[in-house]
Design a binder for this molecule. Structure first.
Ligand code: S3P
Length: 421
């Protein structure tokens, strides 16, 4: 077997790239976003903002955005199609809810199956109006409303950064205060960006409040590397023997590092170097060495901090000694694919002893995977997780349709070649 070594830099964080682009488009003046993630999902947000008049130039990974000001977005001439990007759809619904024009938003087959009620419901409470011919899924038409949005206090039934962000974005336009209270803390990049821009945001425990905003200043920012992309390489270096890998400039926002904590609990040798906590989003380098992993229990309250890393954590669990249990993760069934079902069926094909539960998985680790054909289900994170399993397996694993990696990580295969010796 080959080993994994070297030093890599994963591309910019997807969640932060979406948000930086949205705030820059609503700002007054020219903003510069460096290390922007130029992958399909963030490009979907970029095209939507361009369709509403923002002047955006992408040069490599540097994005220059001439914002339209908070009230300057123009009615797009066509339906906004955000393809596979749930973050674009949900965050933009928050912005569109506050505009004075009617607009329709849609997505690809996978996104048109994903629930939008979770954002539509609170936005309606604020006074926004929507129609959807197919229930609470895209395509959704955002209707013109008769009065400005009004602030609400909303308790989200589940911890979702997309829902929280949609409400906070709409809250910038609403009369009075808008607050969101979550059952567990989800990623807080919207809040960090609002604070960085000097917007009137307050945080108390699990409640975030935004007051009406009149103006967003233009800004400059550096997007840290995406820990969710780094996750694939971290697990690869852990499970391939004799490996040592350095990942530079990885985002270390505490609402996103649950994955590192769980792996460390499983025995992973991961060290954080050169940590920088002063930036609007913390970041640092990671040194990862092959490790003997043991099974663990991942609890419901940990899920928001590692929600996107579960596919590759399942691969780590499948290589660990003993049983791992993932609980409280039913929302994984509503992602780009039903990730619980996708993981259970793929791991079973690879000979792993896995039990699919309503809200999670039970995985019994083993030394190797049997030869198998597995499926990506058109889901970028399932495709990449399976690719990591394949690289760590002695037997042949074939994966169908891996083009979907471009949704979040177009450089995935190139970096994989770089680190395998
Ligand atoms: C995201 C939030 C998470 C995550 C998604 C990105 C975001 O979704 O799974 O990939 O940028 O806000 P939920 O809000 O549905 O948990």
């Amino acid at each position: 077997m080959t080993r994994v070594c070297g030093e890599i830099k994963v591309p910019g964080d997807k969640s932060i790239s979406h948000r930086a682009l949205i705030f820059a488009s609503l700002a007054d003046g020219v903003s510069t976003i460096r290390n922007f993630l130029a992958a399909d999902d963030c490009l979907a947000t970029m095209h939507a903002m361009q369709a509403m008049g923002a002047d955006i130039a992408l040069n490599g990974t540097t994005l220059t955005v001439r914002g339209m000001g908070m009230g300057g977005l123009k009615c797009p001439t066509q339906v906004l199609d955000v393809r596979n990007s749930g973050t674009s759809a949900r965050l933009l619904l928050g912005v569109l809810a506050a505009q004075d024009f009617e607009v329709q938003i849609t997505g690809d087959d996978s996104l048109r199956r994903r629930p939008m009620k979770r954002v539509i419901e609170p936005l309606e409470k604020m006074g926004a109006k929507f129609t959807s011919s197919s229930g609470d899924v895209l395509p959704v038409r955002v209707l013109r409303k008769d009065r400005p949005l009004e602030g609400i206090h909303y308790r989200t039934p589940l911890a979702s950064a997309q829902v929280k962000s949609a409400i906070l974005l709409a809250g910038m336009y609403a009369e009075g205060s808008t607050s969101v209270e979550e059952p567990h803390g989800s990623r807080d990049h919207t809040e960090n960006m609002m604070a960085h821009l000097g917007l009137p945001i307050k945080r108390a425990g699990l409640t975030t409040t935004i007051e009406k905003v009149t103006k967003i200043p233009a800004f400059q920012c550096d997007v840290p590397g995406d820990i969710s992309s780094a996750a694939f390489f971290i697990v690869l270096a852990l499970i391939v023997p004799d490996s040592e890998l350095v990942l530079k400039n990885v985002g270390l926002n505490p609402t996103r590092t649950g994955f590192l904590k769980v792996l460390q609990r499983m025995g992973a040798d991961i060290k954080i170097l050169n940590q920088n906590m002063d930036s609007f989003e913390p970041f640092g380098d990671l040194l990862v060495r092959s490790s003997f992993l043991t099974g663990t229990d991942i609890l419901a309250e940990e899920i928001p901090s590692l929600i996107d890393e579960i596919p590759v954590l399942a691969v780590a669990a499948a290589k660990a000694e003993g049983l791992s249990r993932i609980q409280g993760a039913e929302d994984l069934r509503q992602k780009e694919s039903d990730r619980l079902q996708a993981l259970a069926s793929n791991l079973k094909n690879m000979g792993v002893n896995v039990l699919e539960k309503k809200d999670g998985l039970e995985i019994k680790g083993q030394k190797d995977f049997s030869s198998a054909r597995v499926r990506s289900f058109g889901d970028h994170r399932i495709a990449m997780a399976m690719e990591i399993a394949k690289k760590a397996a002695q037997n042949e694993i074939q994966i169908d349709n891996t083009d979907c990696v471009n949704i979040s990580f177009p450089q995935f295969y190139e970096l994989l070649r770089d680190v395998l010796e």
